[in-house]
Unconditional design. Structure first.
Length: 121
């Protein structure tokens, strides 16, 4: 991970933020409860890393449940953007792998609570 840098220009200190990394894949212990729609046909007999590369090449692919089905490994490509805190469900030995991208804002969607902000002036 690169750190931020500071430079001096015309007696002004300029702080440059670190360059952001590209997305990396992370995984849940189980399958995300809400996965989104299919982004591509499933792939069989692939490693998790091979499935990640396929997902990267498919437009709209943001996550993939991965596991064994009838003796072979299978990955299903999904559209839903996940952030790592979503609700999960047990589905055999499968788990969800998702793209984690730095400096990415969460999209709007269903919430579990209501937040109220009070501004005091």
């Amino acid at each position: 991970m690169k750190s931020s840098s500071i430079e001096l220009k015309n007696d002004i200190i300029i702080s440059k933020p670190a360059e952001s990394k590209t997305c990396e894949y992370k995984r849940f212990d189980n399958v995300a409860r809400w996965e989104g729609n299919g982004a591509a046909p499933e792939a069989r007999d692939k490693t998790q890393e091979e499935c990640e590369k396929i997902c990267d090449s498919r437009e709209g692919c943001n996550s993939l449940p991965y596991g064994k089905n009838l003796g072979s490994t299978v990955c299903w490509f999904k559209t839903k953007k996940l952030y790592g805190f979503e609700e999960q469900k047990v589905h055999g030995n499968a788990y969800t792998v998702y793209k984690a991208c730095p400096n990415e804002m969460m999209s709007t969607g269903p919430t579990r609570g209501i937040f109220q902000f009070i501004i005091i002036s």
